[in-house]
Design a protein around this ligand. Structure first.
Ligand code: FAD
Ligand code: FES
Length: 359
């Protein structure tokens, strides 16, 4: 690496200073096969070097043109801002999925793409804690890995319990990096649940067969009740964990979760919700579709809106209701001030009357 490049990197401005929501260009510099269906992509800023600044646990939104169609999808940064000169995302192949398959099959070092962000309130800055319990399943490991990397890089002796569930041993993501973390940091305790097949006998991690249940949690982390819980994984996993700890009397004010979204969940009209309302944005007016969802109307008007999760978790589709009545199905990422100003998440808000909207 040249001296000039080192000087440019050290003088680089943090990402934070880039105006949002303007997209900016990333260049893929590395791809790492984590498992048979999970790949990590590492990026630098295209052009001038950038020192990326984000909160551990946040995501970016990739903006892609695939065969002439525009797609936007959120991906958690699996990297840590303690190593700021590049960022990584870790993508799991979703059967039939447009973007995950495109990335895994096509994205190589040297390729560029556009991104927005970072964003997301599931992070260590907005959810501080003394003692951490990270519970994840499948690709839900990505925010937990970023948070753990940040804590082990920046805080000597951080008290972290990291318990991950996978289908088989071959599906364990970041296994060797987590082993190094466990061996290098006495405050980092690692546990795995392996649903099918053999369980390895490891000295750096407790490994149990089956799914996470209360006895397994007690075995892997006996002081779990004293910790702040961060949970991420498939929807059924997160619902089961929430039910389990609530039934065990856990203080749910210390329970925090991130959903990667169920894109179809919001699209059916709610029983009893009237439809046929009109949506006005600027000087454009369009009937809202059968779902009554604001996002459907905005997209029908072909107005620019980023909808990364389509399930009310990422905050990308925030807009303002100027006139009319709505039903908010999700208020995640909206502050009290936002709500007082009439801000809504278009993907998760239904019209209850004709509406006037500002994007
Ligand atoms: C805040 C946030 C963070 C995320 N972080 C990550 C991450 O770190 N790594 C990662 O791999 N993904 C992550 N996702 C999910 C990601 O944004 C995409 O939804 C996912 O890659 C699927 O996109 P696709 O275009 O391949 O599938 P689509 O073309 O959107 O969907 C195809 C089909 O698969 C179903 N489907 C979509 N998503 C999923 C899913 N996650 N599981 C099962 N079925 C699904 C759809 O209902 C549809 O039937 C995150 C999502 C959010 C909202
Ligand atoms: S698209 Fe993510 S909150 Fe609406």
């Amino acid at each position: 690496m040249s001296h000039n490049r080192d000087a440019a990197l050290l003088a680089a401005k943090p990402w934070q200073e880039l105006p949002q929501p303007r997209p900016f260009r990333l260049c893929c510099i590395e791809r790492i096969d984590e498992t048979h269906n999970v790949v990590t992509f590492r990026f630098e800023a295209a052009g001038e070097p950038v020192r990326f600044c984000y909160k551990p646990g946040q995501f970016i939104t990739l903006l892609l043109d695939i065969a002439g169609e525009c797609y936007s999808r959120a991906y958690t940064l699996s990297s840590s801002p303690s190593r700021p000169y590049s960022i990584s995302i870790t993508v799991k192949r979703v059967h039939g999925g447009q973007v995950s398959n495109y990335l895994i099959d096509n994205l190589r070092p040297g390729h560029g793409l556009d991104a927005l962000g970072p964003a997301g309130s599931f992070n260590l800055v907005d959810i501080p804690a003394e003692k951490y319990l990270f519970l994840s399943a499948g690709c839900g490991i990505t925010p937990m890995f970023s948070m753990s990397r940040w804590l082990t890089d920046t805080r000597v002796g951080a008290d972290i319990a990291f318990i991950h569930s996978a289908t088989t041993q071959a599906d364990l993501i970041f296994a060797s990096k987590l082993e190094a973390m466990a061996n290098g940091h006495p405050g980092f305790r690692l546990g795995y649940l392996i649903e099918q097949g053999a369980c390895p006998d490891w000295s750096h991690a407790g490994v149990l067969p089956g799914r996470l249940n209360l006895p397994a949690l007690e075995t892997l982390c006996s002081d779990w009740r004293e910790r702040t819980l961060y949970v991420c994984g498939p929807e059924p996993y997160m619902a089961a964990v929430a039910d389990m700890v609530q039934a065990a009397g856990f203080a749910m004010s210390r329970f925090h979760q991130e959903s990667f979204g169920t894109p179809t969940a919001q699209s059916a009209p709610a029983a009893g919700t009237a439809t046929g309302f009109m949506l006005k944005v600027g000087d454009k007016v369009h009937p809202l579709g059968e779902s009554g969802l604001l996002l459907d109307g905005i997209e029908a008007l072909k107005l620019p809106i980023i909808a990364a999760c389509r399930s009310g978790v990422c905050g990308a589709c925030k807009c303002q209701v100027l006139e009319g009545e709505v039903l908010r199905l999700s208020e995640m990422t909206l502050s009290e001030e936002d709500k007082a100003k009439g801000m809504v998440l278009a993907c998760s808000t239904r019209a209850l009357s004709d509406l006037s909207l500002k994007l």
